[in-house]
Write a protein that binds this ligand. Structure first.
Ligand SMILES: [Zn+2]
Length: 208
């Protein structure tokens, strides 16, 4: 990335542009490694397209998830019942194979005076999903961020996802999804609260 400084050279590219050039070379190398000709017509712009795609896949590193939750509302007329956003779709990538993890998340909490806009709940799923992940950590991170910023009486997160690294390589199993959950506060301590949430997760109209 860092060529020796040459005082006669054109202004050096921004660090991001320099990194792009290096990543492009690496993608071209991978194309060659799988047995392709990276110079052929159909592939010559592929490394540049991969850079743009990867920036989207991994945009989650650029945002502080807790910051995204900061705008909360307290004028809720004493609303203190469960708030559940169901079946938020997400696309992530596993950190072991960079293969897609495609799934949905159910995010619930029991507010303690403060609530957050529902779009923020979806946003928090997206920020963590757009990083290299394992599903267990993704689930825990979503719950922990909500707990740490909103300080609610409880948080519940269920994630159901299919892992492409399982479908297209290795054991090659289709149709199996992995279910993970993280229950905090009232959702962990009160079976009735947890059941109420899980009933919403399992309700037919919204199953993954
Ligand atoms: Zn994997």
């Amino acid at each position: 990335m860092s060529a020796p400084a040459d005082p006669n050279a054109a202004p050096s590219p921004s660090p991001a542009a320099a990194d792009d050039a290096e990543a492009k070379r690496a993608f071209r190398e991978i194309l060659r490694w799988i047995g392709e000709d990276p110079e052929r017509d159909g592939l010559k712009d592929t490394p540049a397209r991969m850079i743009r795609a990867y920036r989207e896949y991994f945009a989650g590193y650029e945002t502080d998830p807790e910051e995204a939750l900061r705008t909360t509302f307290t004028e809720v007329d004493g609303y203190d019942e469960m708030i559940v956003l169901r079946g938020v779709t997400f696309e992530s990538h596993c950190e072991h194979h960079l293969a897609p993890i495609i799934g949905r998340a159910w995010v619930g909490y029991l507010p303690d005076r403060r609530v957050v806009g529902i779009s923020k709940l979806a946003r928090i799923v997206d920020i963590y999903a757009r990083r290299l992940q394992i599903q267990e950590r993704l689930t825990a991170q979503i719950a922990n961020a909500i707990e740490s910023v909103l300080k609610p009486r409880g948080v519940a997160v269920v994630v159901k996802a299919t892992h492409h690294c399982m479908m297209s390589r290795g054991v090659r199993r289709h149709g199996a999804d992995l279910v993970t959950s993280r229950m905090l506060g009232a959702f962990r301590d009160q079976p009735i609260t947890r059941s109420e949430f899980l009933a919403l997760v399992d309700s037919k109209s919204e199953s993954a």
